[in-house]
Design a protein around this ligand. Structure first.
Ligand code: SAM
Ligand code: SF4
Length: 343
């Protein structure tokens, strides 16, 4: 991957109305997934999933054009997500093409780990070094209940392979009361025993069919109290590269240490330092995960727009980025579909 200095044409284009510099694009490559997590893509007779047709997704050529444009504007970091990014056909060639873009310093990937064992080496060769792998339980039976599939062993194998190859591995755990709260200490222990950072994410009320309810929500503050049973938690000095997570070191009674992150979009939102822009798998620019306003980039692209027009829409979306989300104050839901937005 090219580590050259940024090639921004006008870096001021990326500063929003609240002086935040937007340096990071999250690309949802597909809304499809090989799992059906209850909080993300629940499916039953009443709630049929509305999946995009292939031609509704941006093609890899279209995506490369957008990435080159945003990198030219000064962004230098990209995260691939979904749905499950590794299920999209041709994704490995796409990643290799991304890696050739001058000025793009880092490509990260968020995955459910199902296909990781087979693809990890290719991802490493393409220059990816940081992986976020989602895992909400270490109990195979419970994994099946949460994801609708019995692929726990395969995911675990993927995590171990990634660790062995030298990836920086972060395990994302959505914290859900009554679902996996009896495993929080076990996950903290995993962070001590293995070189993985374990990050607890507050359960968010996203999507019309999500299983979120107030009773299943647990705040990071309560989580910390529970994890404190394993050992001493000490906040590490702020590190921008850790994004929205507040990272702590944990020292177990026998002196061994690990790292735990807390992502608290509800209880301690981090909107004032948010540096992200999202491109949904439907080709819409979204400035905030928890705010439903989107701009239709795909329509512009397919209408034959030139680079200046596309840059202008990106610029406008950045200017329209809300100061923060208001989930705690007014409404307790955002209706976007997580698998389209990409988390
Ligand atoms: N399929 C990949 C995966 O699961 O890692 C990438 C897409 S997934 C939408 C991205 C992240 O969003 C995952 O870590 C997932 O656990 C998290 N997520 C999905 N729905 C959520 C919710 N309602 N609250 C909190 N996190 C959620
Ligand atoms: Fe798929 Fe990830 Fe959503 Fe689970 S959280 S259903 S793995 S996209």
């Amino acid at each position: 991957m090219n580590n050259s200095k940024q090639i921004a044409e006008n870096p001021g284009e990326l500063v929003d109305m609240f002086s935040r510099t937007i340096s990071y694009l999250r690309l949802s490559l597909t809304d499809r997934c090989n799992l059906r997590c209850v909080y993300c893509m629940p499916e039953d007779d009443e709630h049929k999933l509305q999946l995009l047709q292939h031609e509704e997704l941006l093609s890899f050529e279209e995506l490369l054009r957008i990435v080159k444009l945003v990198v030219g504007m000064g962004m230098n970091k990209l995260r691939l997500t979904g749905g499950e990014p590794l299920v999209r056909r041709g994704v490995m060639d796409f990643i290799r093409s991304l890696a050739d873009i001058e000025g793009l310093d880092e490509i990260r990937l968020t995955t459910n780990g199902v296909l990781l064992h087979e693809k990890a080496e290719g991802l490493y060769d393409a220059g990816i070094r940081k992986l976020n792998i989602s895992l909400d339980t270490m109990k195979p039976e419970r994994f099946k209940k949460i994801t609708g599939s019995d692929l726990f062993d395969q995911v675990w194998q993927g995590i171990e392979t990634a660790g062995r190859l030298g990836f920086d591995v972060k395990i994302n755990v959505v914290a859900m009361k009554g679902v996996n709260d009896d495993e929080f200490v076990d996950f903290a222990r995993l962070a001590v025993e293995k070189p993985y950072q374990v990050r607890f994410i507050e359960f968010m009320p996203v999507g019309d069919h999500s299983t979120w309810n107030e009773a299943s929500y647990i705040s990071s503050t309560d989580l910390k109290k529970r994890i404190g049973r394993l050992g001493k938690l000490e906040q590490l000095p702020g590190c921008r590269m850790d994004g929205p997570a507040r990272v702590y070191s944990i020292t177990a009674d026998d002196g061994s240490k690990g790292k735990i992150g807390f992502i608290s979009p509800i209880s301690h939102h981090f909107c004032d330092t948010c540096n992200r822009l999202r491109l949904t798998s439907a080709g819409r620019l979204r400035a905030c995960l928890l705010h439903d306003r989107e701009a239709d980039l795909k329509m512009l692209l397919r209408g034959g727009a030139g680079d200046d027009e596309i840059r202008a829409l990106i610029r406008q979306t950045i200017l329209d980025k809300p100061k923060g989300h208001t989930l705690a104050e007014d409404q307790l839901k955002c209706s976007g579909q997580m698998s389209r937005i990409g988390g």
